[in-house]
Design a protein around this ligand. Structure first.
Ligand SMILES: CC(C)(COP(=O)(O)OP(=O)(O)OC[C@H]1O[C@@H](n2cnc3c(N)ncnc32)[C@H](O)[C@@H]1OP(=O)(O)O)[C@@H](O)C(=O)NCCC(=O)NCCS
Length: 206
């Protein structure tokens, strides 16, 4: 395979409205991050559920991602609180076909349902197309992971196939859906719904 030169000059491309992505570092491998991966509510659809995670295993993984030439791993940073709330990973990158997988995690349930994964995956996919010139971004999602399916479909990922009975969760075999998006299909995440109360107060007082 043709070797891939990692582009490290990308910070400006990764700023969103509610969050920004920055390269992950070993300092991010905190107990909090380890706990995300061991939490059965968070890891229900993640491979991390298959073994107990420790600071050592997480640091080893993060360090392999930092050193890897065909993977990028970003910390998802919440602008309002300044906290590290999850990760998004791009890779492995196929240097000839110019496609890559994207994987993502919002580690704290309090942050779910606020459009944060949608924004993070959008920024990561834009980075793939605009900065490292990939042709396609792929994702795989377990059929019961409705939140993740919604993230992908909101952003224009197309459902391309179903790998039947591919994983076993709680003694039930589940399908994996394969999704992919081309540059022209990528859609920015929708803005938050207009707050009805805001309009009520606006019209009442003005
Ligand atoms: C899946 C995950 C990334 C979604 O993150 P998120 O920040 O909550 O995603 P968003 O808020 O951007 O969008 C999720 C959408 O799905 C909806 N949703 C979530 N769970 C749902 C469910 N069980 N049924 C119906 N809708 C659901 C949310 O309400 C939201 O809908 P909206 O677009 O109408 O607002 C997050 O739950 C997570 O990190 N889970 C653990 C790790 C994981 O599964 N990663 C993905 C592996 S493929």
């Amino acid at each position: 395979m043709v070797s891939w030169v990692k582009n490290m000059n990308y910070d400006a491309a990764l700023e969103g409205k509610k969050l920004f992505l920055r390269s992950i570092t070993l300092a991010d491998c905190t107990d909090r991050y380890v706990n995300w991966l061991n939490n059965s509510e968070i890891n229900e659809f993640l491979e991390s559920r298959l073994s107990v995670q420790t600071k050592e295993t997480v640091s080893q993984f993060v360090s392999s991602m930092i050193e890897s030439n065909d993977n990028y791993m970003f910390a998802i940073m919440h602008k309002e609180t300044g906290g590290h709330i999850g990760n998004v990973k791009i890779g492995p990158i196929h240097s000839v076909y110019k496609h890559a997988f994207v994987g993502y995690l919002i580690g704290d349930k309090n942050y779910w349902g606020k459009g944060l994964a949608s924004e993070a995956v959008y920024l990561a996919a834009k980075f793939c197309f605009d900065v490292i010139n990939l042709h396609k971004v792929n994702a795989g999602v377990i059929a019961l992971n409705i939140g993740s399916i919604k993230v992908l479909e909101k952003l224009g990922f197309q459902k391309e196939g179903c790998i039947r009975d591919d994983v076993l969760i709680n003694n039930v075999y589940l399908d994996i859906y394969k999704y992919g998006v081309l540059k022209a299909e990528l859609i920015p995440p929708p803005p938050p719904p207009i707050n009805i109360l805001f309009f009520f107060f606006f019209f009442f007082f003005f």
